[in-house]
Design a protein around this ligand. Structure first.
Ligand code: C30
Length: 283
């Protein structure tokens, strides 16, 4: 396979510190953290604008996803309480992964870090994605041209630029970054759906070749091809929400995640990964 995939292990190596063994997406349940950045992946000083953790259960063929709002006030290892978006600026994907593991007490087995360009290329290579917008709005395009993108209300197929605008918009939604997180999850679902309907495996080579350094991941090419087979058999994709509320502190806007809700989501994801079961079987 001649495709180039910017594969990069985390500093910790293949295995999460919360795992006894590395997981193999071909035969184990696993988790993936999607990290959307407004920079080149690997550039450490940038913040992350989108953080979505997904768990995959191989027997149920199901996926659960949760968005972590970027202003969530959380403990960043070595940096006390701060916005989770800053974990990336302090320590890139490594610290972002550690922060999410620490917050939810769940191993993050894989990450996919991508920027605008990779996102646009993926959506375009798939021939667009279908969404159902709950509102009509205009948004800037990737070059910063104001109101260059027009999203209608209702079901429509978005190309790469349109899909990017769809997942970036927050100011015209009363739910702000929370509403934006929902649109991001909707688009991930649409991408999974669309990619499963593609028969030609060469499409994947095209996609991977188009990514260059705009997407980095610790999945191998072999993993990605295995996942592509998986995508056709996914039976359900469920969205979970961590409840929270606005919490400005000394003039800085933070989002306070609610402890009960955090606990509930953590438990649900752990069960979905059968993470406890795996630990006890190793005792
Ligand atoms: C391994 C492989 C190949 C595959 C794995 C399998 C799968 C399923 C792969 C799928 C991978 C994908 C495509 C995952 C999707 C993950 C997502 C949803 C990524 C999101 C897109 C992305 C790359 C980055 C995040 C973009 C976001 C959310 C925001 C950045 C506002 C400022 C100050 C103003 C500014 C204003 C707006 C839009 N902008 O956009 O503009 O920086 O947003 O809210 O920070 O800025 O506020 O007031 O200056 O104009 O309102 P932004 P902001």
């Amino acid at each position: 396979n001649a495709s180039f995939l910017a594969q990069e292990d985390l500093e910790r190596g293949r295995k999460s510190e919360l795992r006894e063994q590395p997981v193999d997406p071909k035969k184990d349940n696993f988790s993936v953290l999607f990290i959307g950045v407004d920079a080149r992946p690997g550039e450490k000083k940038s913040r992350s604008d989108a953080l979505i953790l997904a768990s995959f259960n191989k027997d149920e063929k199901s996926i659960k996803m949760v968005s972590i709002p970027r202003d969530s006030r959380v403990e960043i290892p070595g940096h006390n309480l701060d916005k989770i978006t800053h974990a990336h600026a302090f320590g890139g994907k490594d610290l972002t992964v550690q922060t999410v593991e620490n917050l939810l007490n769940i191993p993050v087995d894989y990450y996919v870090e991508l920027n605008f360009k990779a996102f646009i290329n993926i959506v375009d290579a798939l021939g667009g994605v279908e969404v159902n917008s709950d509102r009509e709005f205009t948004e800037q395009d990737s070059k910063g041209r104001k109101n260059a993108i027009h999203i209608k209300k209702g079901v429509q197929t978005l190309n790469g630029e349109e899909a990017l605008a769809y997942v970036r918009m927050r100011k015209k939604d009363p739910l702000g970054d929370i509403g934006r997180g929902k649109r991001q999850q909707e688009v991930i679902k649409a991408i999974i759906k669309k990619s499963s309907s593609l028969s030609a495996i060469t499409k994947y080579d095209d996609i991977i070749d188009s990514l260059g350094k705009n997407l980095t991941t610790n999945f191998s090419i072999g993993n990605v091809l295995a996942l592509q087979k998986y995508s056709g058999s996914i039976s359900s994709i469920e969205s979970l929400t961590i409840d929270g509320h606005d919490n400005p502190i000394n003039g800085t806007y933070y989002y306070q995640l609610e402890e009960d809700s955090l606990e509930k989501v953590s438990t649900e994801l752990r069960e979905h990964l059968e993470y406890n079961a795996m630990l006890s079987s190793n005792l």
